[in-house]
Design a protein around this ligand. Structure first.
Ligand code: NI
Length: 138
């Protein structure tokens, strides 16, 4: 077990009350747990910025009626098969599709892939959820 360091933080009353509200709302047992998780999230964001190995989930929403779009999206994923680990396709309704693409690679390459997929005509949404491979978080 690693040793715990204690430090005090000064902040305005209003901000402190907002902190307390967030801690309660999120169901944390105490402020320390909440702040540790906030910090870990921030570390993941920093790592994501230029790290050479991250994981990411790309969420695409698109109209499958758009001519050749499904084929184009599959083709682009094949071109970057070195990044794409798995893809799940969901039929949202009669015309809309969602695809969750799980990837692993450099942050730059994954961002480029998201941009490429987003640019395809008929893609209505392309979201990216960042993830860490866990190195540097313990
Ligand atoms: Ni579909």
């Amino acid at each position: 077990m690693s040793s715990l360091q204690r430090f005090s933080v000064a902040m305005e009353q209003r901000l402190f009350e907002q902190l307390e509200g967030l801690v309660r709302k999120a169901g944390y047992a105490n402020r320390s747990e909440f702040i540790r998780d906030l910090l870990r999230d921030r570390l993941v964001e920093d790592e994501w910025a230029d790290d050479d190995e991250v994981i990411g989930t790309i969420t695409l929403v698109y109209e499958h009626d758009t001519r050749l779009l499904s084929e184009r999206l599959t083709h682009l994923q094949h071109l970057r098969h070195d990044l794409v680990l798995a893809t799940t396709h969901i039929h949202l309704d009669e015309t809309m599709c969602a695809e969750m693409i799980m990837g692993r690679g450099s942050a730059k390459e994954i961002r480029e892939l998201v941009d490429l997929l987003r640019q395809q005509k008929g893609v209505l949404h392309a979201g990216l959820c960042i993830g860490s491979t866990g190195k540097g978080l313990t």
